[in-house]
Design a protein around this ligand. Structure first.
Ligand code: GLU
Length: 444
C-alpha cells in the first residue's frame, strides 16, 4: 500500500487517476489530490490497482536563518491564520501554519530581497472565528512593531472577514506613521493556483516603494498573476467565494495597482494618506482598541416579525441592512401586512431603550436615501441614522468602535454620518456604480 504523499496512479475499470495520496480516516475510500489542486474521493472497492509513480520524501526542515541586510527596510509580518498560512501536511493530513521566518524564506525567497522580514504569530485561526478581542491582540502587536522600528507591517488573515478587520484597524489606529497591509489568499500554498506569493510580494513592494501610510488590503486585481490591487480599508468587500480577485472596492476606487513582474506601483486614488504629510506621525500615533461588544447587523427580508427587531433592545448598537434606499418592512399597504405596525413599534422601542440604530442598504452599490419612500422617512423620523454609502460591515465596526470609545450618544450619532477614515465617500454621485473599476464578468 502506498504512503500518504506518494504520487500514485489509481487504476479503475474505465479510467486512471493520477495525483498525490492524501491521508484519509475513512477505511473504505482513498483521497487523491489532483494536479489542479482539487481532491477526489475514490471507493476502494472500485480500485483495480495502485501504481506508485514517486515515493514521498519528507522535506528536511529549513534551518537557514534569513540574513539581515543593512540598507533594506524592515517589514514585520503578523500572522493571524486563514488559508494564507495553511499548507496540507501530507504526513499528518492536518492543515498546518507556516509562519517562522525560516519557513517564509523557503516558501517566498523573493520577499527577503525586498526587505528584512520579521515574523510573529498573533493567532492561528480561520477568520470566521474572529472576535473583537482578536482585534485588540492585532492592535497591540502593531503598536509593538511600530515601537520596534518597523517600516511597514503585513498582516496575514483569512479572507472571509478580512474586510471587517481592515475596517477595525483603520478606526482603532489613529495617525499611523507606516503602512499596514492586510493580505489573504483564496488558495492554500500547496496548490498550483496559490495566490499567497503574489499578494505578499506585491504588498512588500507597495510598502517599500511608496509613501503610503495607513491601513489597506492587497489582493489579486484580476484572476491572472499579473497585478495586485491595493484596496481601501473601509470600502472593500469579498464579492466571490473562491476567485482570486474576489476583493473589490465598493463605492470607491482602488488605491493603487502593483505590477507583479515589474514591481511598479501605479496610484489610482487621489489623496491617499501619506507618510511625508505626517512629520509628527510617530508622536501623534495613538491606538484606541476598544470595541463595544453588544452590536449587531440585522438583514431585512420579506415576512419579518417584530421579535426579530425587539431582540436587540439589550444591545448598544444595531445596523439594519435594509432594502434599496434604506427601507424595512414597516408599512401596511394591505391586510396581509398588518404585523408591520408591530415591526415599526419594535424598532421604535429598540431606539427608546438606548440602542443606536443605523440603516445601511443590502444593495452593494450606492447610498441610502431615507427621504424618498415613506417607510424610510418614518424610520428616519424616529431616529434611525442613515449609514450613507457605508458597507454594512464597515458601519457595524464603526458603530462598535464609536460606542467603545465615546460616551456622548449625540456625538456617536453625528460621527456615524461623517466620514472619519474613508468609510463614507462624500463625492459619490447618485448613480455611480464603482469609481474606477467595473465588475468582472464573473465568467470562469
Ligand atoms: N474561512 C477561512 C478564513 O476566512 C479560510 C478561507 C481563507 O482564508 O480564505 O479564515
Amino acid at each position: 500500500m502506498p504512503n500518504p504523499g506518494d504520487k500514485v496512479k489509481v487504476i479503475l475499470k474505465d479510467r486512471a487517476i493520477e495525483g498525490a495520496l492524501i491521508p484519509n480516516e475513512e477505511t473504505d475510500s482513498l483521497v487523491i489530490k489532483l494536479k489542479s489542486g482539487y481532491n477526489v474521493g475514490i471507493e476502494k472497492s472500485k480500485v483495480q490497482k495502485i501504481e506508485v509513480l514517486m515515493e514521498h520524501k519528507a522535506k528536511e526542515p529549513v534551518r537557514e536563518k534569513p540574513k539581515f541586510k543593512p540598507g533594506l527596510p524592515t517589514i514585520s509580518i503578523l500572522h493571524t491564520g486563514g488559508t494564507i498560512a495553511s499548507k496540507v501536511d501530507y504526513e499528518t493530513g492536518g492543515v498546518i501554519a507556516r509562519f517562522e521566518p525560516e519557513e517564509l524564506l523557503a516558501n517566498y525567497p523573493e520577499l527577503f530581497k525586498i526587505a528584512n522580514i520579521k515574523s510573529r504569530l498573533v493567532s492561528k485561526m480561520f477568520s470566521e472565528d474572529m472576535r473583537f478581542g482578536h482585534y485588540k491582540l492585532m492592535i497591540k502587536a502593531i503598536e509593538d512593531e511600530i515601537k520596534a522600528g518597523a517600516d511597514g507591517i503585513i498582516l496575514t488573515h483569512g479572507t472571509d472577514t478580512l474586510g471587517y478587520t481592515s475596517a477595525a484597524l483603520a478606526f482603532a489606529l489613529e495617525n499611523l506613521p507606516i503602512p499596514i497591509i492586510l493580505v489573504g489568499a483564496q488558495r492554500s500554498s500547496d496548490r498550483g493556483s496559490n495566490d499567497a506569493a503574489m499578494n505578499l510580494i506585491c504588498a512588500a513592494n507597495f510598502i517599500t516603494k511608496t509613501d503610503f501610510a495607513g491601513v489597506a488590503i492587497c489582493m489579486h486585481e484580476t484572476s491572472e498573476d499579473t497585478s495586485a490591487a491595493i484596496l481601501p480599508a473601509c470600502k472593500t468587500r469579498k464579492l466571490h467565494t473562491s476567485r482570486r480577485d474576489a476583493f473589490r472596492a465598493v463605492n470607491d476606487t482602488i488605491i493603487a495597482k502593483v505590477d507583479f513582474k515589474t514591481h511598479k506601483v501605479a496610484f489610482v486614488a487621489k489623496g491617499y494618506e501619506k507618510k511625508a504629510a505626517k512629520p509628527d506621525a510617530k508622536k501623534n500615533f495613538a491606538a484606541r482598541p476598544n470595541f463595544e461588544e453588544k452590536v449587531a447587523i440585522l438583514k431585512c427580508h420579506p415576512n419579518m416579525f417584530p421579535e426579530q427587531f425587539s431582540f436587540f433592545k439589550d444591545y448598544k448598537g444595531l445596523v439594519i441592512e435594509g432594502t434599496g434606499l434604506g427601507q424595512a418592512p414597516t408599512g401596511v399597504p394591505n391586510e396581509l401586512c398588518k404585523i408591520h405596525e408591530e415591526n415599526f413599534k419594535a424598532i421604535e422601542e429598540v431606539i427608546k431603550s438606548g440602542t443606536v440604530v443605523v440603516m445601511c442598504s443590502q444593495c452593494i452599490f450606492g447610498k441610502v436615501h431615507m427621504h424618498v419612500y415613506s417607510n424610510a422617512i418614518n424610520l428616519a423620523n424616529i431616529g434611525v441614522i442613515p449609514g450613507e454609502d457605508m458597507l454594512s460591515e464597515t458601519a457595524f465596526i464603526k458603530l462598535a468602535w464609536l460606542l467603545g470609545n465615546y460616551n456622548d450618544k449625540d456625538e456617536i450619532k453625528s460621527f456615524m454620518g461623517k466620514n472619519l477614515r474613508g468609510e463614507i465617500n462624500e463625492r459619490l454621485l447618485l448613480d455611480d456604480a464603482n469609481l474606477g473599476r467595473t465588475l468582472p464578468s464573473m465568467k470562469g
